[in-house]
Design a protein around this ligand. Structure first.
Ligand SMILES: Cc1cc2nc3c(=O)[nH]c(=O)nc-3n(C[C@H](O)[C@H](O)[C@H](O)COP(=O)(O)OP(=O)(O)OC[C@H]3O[C@@H](n4cnc5c(N)ncnc54)[C@H](O)[C@@H]3O)c2cc1C
Ligand code: HEM
Length: 371
């Protein structure tokens, strides 16, 4: 593996210099070999062009880290079933990748590099296919929209229920969602905002981001009765069943969704742990989901909710960025900590928690954008 990793690293510089060329050639070759494959991909492929190739290249580069490599690839393979990817597609894609590398890099592409990339791709494809083959879940669940409520110009709270059978998940996890009627073949991840319920309904809190394909559809176009597709749950922002520590939760905007699920989960059995939920927004109108949380807090004295606004001087509660606000209430050294929301919130919250010497294993977070 060492030699393979070395060859991959060496050849990477050559690939990087020709990135655009490799990407262009790769897709052209793949769709020429099997035109049917084009229908698996979104109509608009601007972002995809880089994303998929980048993912393959990242996977190839991590091949010398077998532990991470294995888990990541198996779950990626499982997840690819939602794209209708079948085992035979991996060969077509692998051949297209190799052809693209040879053509784009030219004479500097040696036989050794060629062999190293082929071996690495083969190992990746095998792991992904093995993950897909043993997945007990369907590739995705069809879910009917039961309710859709706008909470301000950019935010919607919607619920849906899987049609075939329940979707098993843990509070705090997220799922990939497609709105096939409006944005076919575009999947984005959304956190489930409720603890598992007997009626199996899933709640989502979605904020439409500027020019965002899927979030705009979910907020502005989806209606009661529409069918969504929802893939298997992912994520580790879940409660540690063995922990007796108190809980700190920090959320900005719709980052509140998984935190609400965690609060509901604890409400089912907790008697002894304090839970402090800090919720940040720019102005009070953006604090969209507090009513439900206040109701929960009224029933459960261990739960406290602390909202804060960063740009609303008239707001009667805490003032400032939410990461500064919860820092003032610290230290949080002995808590289980959960952070969810924008990448900038997650970055600053992690800095505060590190300054409080919170052990990393007691911190779980989901960033809704690139960290
Ligand atoms: C683990 C996880 C959980 C998530 N949970 C939720 C959730 O519960 N609710 C929710 O609303 N979103 C959530 N997201 C974000 C969601 O997955 C999408 O990224 C988001 O809805 C934008 O998708 P889109 O198709 O509308 O935008 P795209 O079409 O992908 O992007 C369009 C443009 O908007 C920009 N953009 C993308 N995301 C953001 C953003 N967050 N803020 C500002 N600009 C952005 C892009 O750079 C691009 O220029 C979560 C993300 C992750 C990783
Ligand atoms: C080495 C093998 C592969 C790797 C490492 C890989 C990796 C990825 C990654 C990381 C993504 C981003 C989204 C996600 O996390 O699910 C993605 C998306 C995707 N992949 Fe793959 N993939 C591989 C093989 C394939 C194959 C064989 C196909 C089918 C021909 C395929 C089709 C797709 C499609 C359709 C998308 C979604 C595109 C989009 O939403 O824009 N992938 N892939």
């Amino acid at each position: 593996m060492d030699n393979l990793a070395q060859l991959l690293k060496e050849s990477w510089t050559l690939v990087e210099e020709q990135r655009d060329k490799v990407a262009g050639y790769f897709y052209a070759r793949m769709f020429l070999t099997d035109p049917g494959l084009r229908t698996l991909f979104p109509v608009q492929m601007d972002g995809q062009r880089d994303r998929l190739l980048e993912a393959i290249v990242t996977a190839v580069q991590t091949i010398d880290d077998p532990e991470n490599f294995d888990d990541y690839l198996r779950s990626l393979g499982r997840d690819h079933r939602k794209y209708h990817v079948r085992a035979e597609h991996y060969d077509t894609m692998g051949a297209a990748l190799m052809e693209a590398l040879r053509q784009s890099v030219g004479e500097q592409w040696t036989v050794e590099y060629d062999q190293a990339w082929r071996d690495a791709y083969q190992a990746i494809a095998e792991r992904m296919q093995a993950g897909a083959a043993v997945d007990p879940n369907p590739p995705f669940w069809h879910a009917e929209v039961l309710s859709h409520e706008r909470r301000g110009p950019d935010i919607a709270v919607l619920t849906c229920r899987p049609l075939q059978h329940p979707l098993p998940y843990r509070s705090g996890q997220y799922v990939s969602v497609e709105a096939p009627r409006y944005q076919p073949r575009l999947w984005r991840t959304y956190s489930i905002a409720n603890a598992p319920r007997e009626d199996n309904a899933l709640e989502f809190h979605v904020r439409a981001v500027g020019a965002g394909w899927v979030s705009s559809a979910l907020v502005r176009r989806v209606k009661v009765g529409d069918l969504l597709r929802v893939a298997a749950p992912m994520g580790s922002m879940t409660l540690d069943p063995g922990s007796t520590r108190d809980v700190l939760c920090v959320a900005s905007g719709v980052g509140l969704a998984p935190i609400k699920a965690l609060a509901e989960e604890l409400a089912g059995h907790n008697r002894t742990r304090w839970m402090h939920v800090f919720v940040g927004a720019a102005a009070r109108d953006d604090l969209y989901g507090l009513t439900e949380l206040y109701q929960l807090a009224a029933e459960h004295p261990w739960l406290s909710i602390i909202p804060a606004c960063s740009a609303d001087p008239g707001f009667a509660g805490e003032q400032g960025e939410i990461a500064e606000v919860f820092a003032r209430y610290g230290p949080w050294t002995t808590h289980d900590c959960y952070v969810s929301g924008s990448a900038s919130l997650v970055r600053s919250a992690l800095r505060t928690l590190a300054a409080d010497d919170v052990p990393p294993e007691n911190i779980r977070y989901d960033a809704f954008g690139e960290l």
